[in-house]
Design a protein around this ligand. Structure first.
Ligand code: FE2
Length: 424
């Protein structure tokens, strides 16, 4: 039994106690009695949030930075080529070891659910088997949802469709795709059709890497919205990246956004990666390359932020810190109003949970007792500070702790310890 006392919640409630019993939240309120023998966490008014959720990641490639070489151009296409060079050298042991190391980082940062794409364009399906094993291993601490991702194109790569189907048979959860990497725009549209039909037949979710380019004429999100509507996949389809929307004609976007909203297609932006990979063929001015996040949100589309890459062929940095992702998203999209900054926090928590279709997510009675105590008082301060994760709780058990950040100023007449968070 564990009780958190005097917490603030992301929705603005303060002075909240949360009682957990047998892994579930059994009470949420003010001045709850402390049961005899209960473990007590004094939140001291700080923010208790549902866990961070990453809606878009590549756990098979993570922590492979520099193998066999570094991406010299910094482009998406060189990253794909580099990953192709690494694939024949992969071993299950190395894949599992790197994935588990990343899960360690994730849990320490309060990131307890991840949707990871896994490349199926390897006839051995080494990465698929490795990540299915990791999914089982980490299940007590972290929900890992896997997407069968045909990195080299489901039509462009000869055995990709057969491999993707095998991956689903092995237990991979979601159907993936990469229409902008198929040989032609028509092939891209055809790949969206057949993959959406495959998802519908199997009753699965679908998540396409969609229009990940600066091409203003890329139209695969339109096709994804169409087939989602046609097949009744409402709320089960996701368009990831959508970077071309940054460069599209404004009139066309004004037609497109309601179509995405009508089909209830989720959108996932990956701010750290989009700002890094896109605009590489521009001189100046350089496009940011992230999709139109505030406009999508205003149209009623559920928008989440993903980490996408950490130390791999596409990105040399990253640390499983979803507050870093929210921080970058906020800046790139210029989402600086109070409501917009809070929306960026939602994009790495509740909105991402909707993309994954997580059940029982949130700090409410009956849900699994999963939450994170941050060294911050509200979501905006949490993003500003990339706040320390003081306690990470899963099923009512503390699974990670980090000491509060502080600074000691040895100035005469001043307090010895100053709260680094500079409380208001
Ligand atoms: Fe991706």
């Amino acid at each position: 039994m564990l009780i958190v006392r005097n917490a603030s919640l992301p929705d603005g409630r303060t002075g909240i106690d949360v009682l957990t019993e047998s892994g579930r939240i059994t009470a949420v309120g003010t001045n709850l009695p402390v049961p005899v023998g209960a473990e007590v966490i004094d939140a001291d008014g700080q923010l208790l949030t549902p866990p961070f959720v990453d809606a878009h990641f590549h756990m098979d490639a993570t922590l492979s930075y520099g193998r066999p070489r570094v991406n010299a151009s910094g482009t998406l296409l060189e990253g794909i080529a580099l990953w192709g060079e690494l694939k024949p050298q992969l071993t299950q042991e190395a894949l599992i070891e790197r994935a588990l190391q990343y899960c360690d980082w994730a849990v320490a940062k309060g990131l307890l659910a991840v949707r990871s794409h896994v490349d199926v364009c390897d006839d051995r399906l080494l990465a698929v088997e490795a990540l299915l094993h990791v999914k089982q291993l980490v299940a007590p601490w972290l929900d890992l949802q896997l997407v069968a991702f045909p990195q080299d194109g489901v039509l462009r790569s000869p055995k990709a469709l057969a491999n993707l189907t095998r991956a689903l048979d092995l237990g991979v959860d979601v159907v993936g795709g990469i229409p902008h990497f198929e040989r032609t725009m028509a092939d891209g549209a055809e790949s969206v059709r057949l993959l959406c039909e495959l998802a519908a037949e199997r009753g699965l979710r679908v998540d396409m890497h969609c229009d990940e380019s600066d091409d203003p004429l890329s139209r695969h999100i339109e096709t994804l919205a169409f087939h989602t509507q046609r097949l009744g996949l409402h709320g089960r389809a996701t368009g990831s990246h959508l970077t071309s929307m940054h460069s599209m004609d404004n009139y066309y976007v004004s037609k497109l956004l309601p179509l995405i909203a009508e089909a209830q297609v989720h959108a996932v932006a990956n701010p750290l990666i989009n700002i890094t990979l896109q605009g590489r063929h521009d001189t100046y001015p350089k496009r940011r390359g992230m999709t139109r996040v505030p406009e999508l949100m205003a149209a009623g589309v559920n928008v989440a932020f993903g980490q996408d890459c950490v130390m791999d062929p596409w990105y040399s940095l990253g640390s499983a810190d979803m507050l870093e992702v929210a921080h970058m998203g906020l800046h790139v999209a210029q989402m600086t109003s109070q409501a917009q900054m809070r929306a960026c926090f939602d994009a790495v928590t509740v909105n991402s949970a909707k993309v994954l279709g997580l059940e029982g997510y949130g700090i409410a009675v009956g849900n699994r007792a999963d939450f994170v105590l941050l060294q911050a008082h509200d979501p905006i301060e949490a993003i500003r500070l990339r706040a320390t994760r003081l306690k990470v709780v899963r099923s009512g058990q503390i699974i990670a702790s980090t000491p509060a950040a502080s600074a000691r100023l040895n100035l005469p007449g001043r307090p010895a310890t100053v709260d680094w968070a500079l409380r208001r």
